[in-house]
Design a protein around this ligand. Structure first.
Ligand code: DC
Length: 232
């Protein structure tokens, strides 16, 4: 059976994961957060104390890793690393930079490709990441490039950190956002860019509800899904 796939790509902090999660629930699709998979490799490399910018060192540890993606009773994605549930650990702020560094390594991207494509073969998916529409699922039924101004994204990230009881300094978070954008868009391996056939959605100035309605409207129109229609 052919499954439907929606690819959502864009820079960090554009609201991809929050929106994709809600959209998946609304439409009855499986939400696949591919950033979580890269974060798991970043965490593994950090724990092993290897130099994350040394592609050969990182590539050498990949065969030793057992990374699995599953879904909890709440329907949310859980990541396991060598049998340990690392779903919470990969959300630590320092893991963002680690993930961005290992994601620039082609061997890491190749290593994680099949896991992502398999999910799309087996389920209706909303998959978010940086190269889903361009590399992982080039034949996705719908591609959305979700973005917002760096300042808006840094502001959202600060709010998120504060809500989790962590420290947040706007200037530092903005610097991190800009630096991560630079690394993600300028790397040689599968850089972040808008696919030619992707619909551009800019959420600067929109709140979560406004962004959700914008994307839901695009999906319903492009995939011909009526309100209330749900995947079987
Ligand atoms: O979406 P995120 O912040 O959890 O992603 C973490 C890092 O992983 C981010 O810097 C870019 C990288 N990434 C990627 O290169 N390709 C993907 N499909 C998803 C994430």
């Amino acid at each position: 059976m052919n499954h439907r796939s929606i690819a959502i790509d864009g820079p960090s902090g554009a609201g991809k994961s929050t929106l994709a999660k809600r959209l998946a629930q609304e439409l009855g699709f499986l939400y696949v957060d591919t950033g979580a998979i890269y974060r798991t490799v970043g965490l593994a490399a950090l724990r092993r104390g290897i130099d994350l910018s040394d592609a050969a060192q990182v590539a050498a540890v990949l065969p030793q890793l057992t990374i699995t993606m599953g879904y909890g009773e709440d329907g949310l994605q859980r990541m396991c690393l060598d049998g340990e549930d690392v779903t919470a650990a990969i959300r630590e702020n320092e893991i963002s930079a680690c993930a961005s560094k290992v994601a620039a390594i082609p061997a890491v991207r190749d290593f994680l490709m099949e896991m992502q494509r398999k999910a799309a073969r087996e389920h209706d998916v909303i998959m978010d990441g940086r190269d889903i529409g361009t590399v992982v699922l080039p034949r996705a039924d719908l591609k959305i490039y979700l973005t917002a101004a760096p300042e808006a994204r840094a502001e959202r990230r600060c709010r998120e950190l504060l809500e989790r009881g962590q420290q947040a300094n706007f200037d530092q978070v903005l610097r991190e956002v800009v630096e991560r954008d630079r690394r993600d868009t300028q790397r040689e391996a599968a850089p972040l860019r808008q696919a030619e056939d992707a619909v551009l959605a800019d959420t600067t100035g929109l709140d979560l509800e406004g962004s959700f309605q914008l994307l839901l409207g695009i999906i319903r129109e492009r995939l011909g899904m009526e309100e209330g229609s749900h995947a079987e």
